[in-house]
Design a protein around this ligand. Structure first.
Ligand code: XIL
Length: 345
């Protein structure tokens, strides 16, 4: 059915489900997703701070709905994400007196988290984003709490643990700006090193939070080829196309940083002019042309949301803007970009 049906011989086509949808508040989006997509990721529901807000507390409501929904609709379920520096309580790393916890305790916490979360859904999650965003744009380990506490070993530990807990799930490393050679090559070198010592991993997720012309198709292509040449499946993850002015140089900025709103940074509050609608459709068309060209390397392409109204890109990196990054408009109707992709098949 839908776009996923058209692409079914090529790769899985996914989207992300917001918390509101998982709480049953968007029945129209639920129906649309079931019709149009064959893979799902929880936009927030499986992140540490949501599912495991403190050591003794687990909140399964939204994550359970996510897994049930995927199961009912025969979808490829992606777990996002086991180990990340963001959206995780500080208390994992710091005690009540503001002191860093001993490395062995932090390690144990990671083990419990992976065993409990991946264990609950064993056999029901097809792919886990085991580690998210561990590398800087300059090609170094990110100096996260994880890295500072455990050194680089936390990375391979996470994959080994995930494998033990759910031996059939595909295990992925996921990151943004994987078109930056220094970053991509460092990540692949680390993965290759750990793999040679027995670390299980199946693929790399290239987060694709792109803009109308940045990054260039040739740079995306080079990374798809390089990842595949390292013997890893390519997953295109978190795809959206930001049509708004780039408020700052993305590279190096913290994901939690909020920038000041100005009308100048929100030019399309009244609607998207036809020339930009065309540009957006052309951008999606060239992206999917590229993905189809490399379908032998690409296991899955996932959008980061379904309708423009629910996209995080309305609020990041500047709050309160009107963005148009996805394939369905605010009423749930397919956009010109959708038709451009469908027209490729
Ligand atoms: C974003 C969500 O879309 C927002 O709702 C949330 O407030 C912040 O996180 N990289 C990731 C995703 O791996 O988990 C992030 O999702 C976007 C960037």
């Amino acid at each position: 059915t839908g776009l996923a049906g058209l692409l079914s011989g090529d790769f899985k086509l996914g989207t992300a489900l917001s918390n509101t949808t998982l709480l049953g508040q968007n029945p129209d989006i639920e129906a649309l997703v079931a019709w149009e997509f064959s893979a799902i990721t929880a936009e927030n529901a499986m992140k540490w701070e949501e599912v495991h807000p403190d050591a003794e507390t687990w909140d399964w409501q939204r994550a359970d709905h996510f897994v049930d929904y995927g199961h009912r609709n025969g979808m490829y379920n992606i777990g996002h994400t086991l180990v990340w520096h963001s959206q995780i309580p500080e208390s994992v790393f710091v005690d009540g007196h503001g002191r860093l916890r001993p490395a062995a305790d932090v390690n144990k916490t990671m083990e419990t988290h992976i065993a409990t979360l991946a264990g609950r859904y064993r056999g029901k999650i097809h792919a886990w984003d085991v580690v998210n965003e561990a590398v800087t744009d300059e090609g170094q380990w990110r100096e996260s709490h994880w890295y500072k506490s455990q050194g680089e070993d936390y990375f391979s530990r996470a994959f080994h643990l995930a494998r033990e807990v759910d031996p059939n799930a595909e295990l992925l490393y996921n990151d943004y700006n994987m078109t930056i050679p220094a970053k991509r090559d460092f990540a692949l070198a680390q993965i290759t090193k750990f793999r040679s010592r027995g670390m299980p991993i199946h693929g790399v997720g290239m987060q694709a939070h792109v803009h109308l012309s940045d990054p260039e198709i040739a740079r995306l292509e080079a990374s798809i080829e390089t990842i595949a040449a390292a013997g890893l499946d390519v997953h295109i993850t978190e795809l959206d196309v930001d049509v708004l002015p780039q408020a700052y140089d993305y590279m190096g900025a913290e994901i939690s940083t909020n920038f000041e709103y100005s009308d100048e940074l929100n030019p399309f509050a009244e609607g998207l002019p036809q020339n930009v609608v065309d540009e957006l459709a052309a951008r999606y068309e060239s992206l999917f042309r590229l993905f189809l060209k490399h379908k032998d390397k690409i296991r899955r392409v996932s959008l980061w949301g379904t309708t423009d109204g629910e996209s995080w890109k309305n609020d990041w990196p500047v709050r309160g803007r009107t963005n148009y990054p996805l394939l369905f408009d605010r009423d749930g109707n397919p956009k010109q970009a959708y038709r451009a992709i469908a027209g490729l098949k």
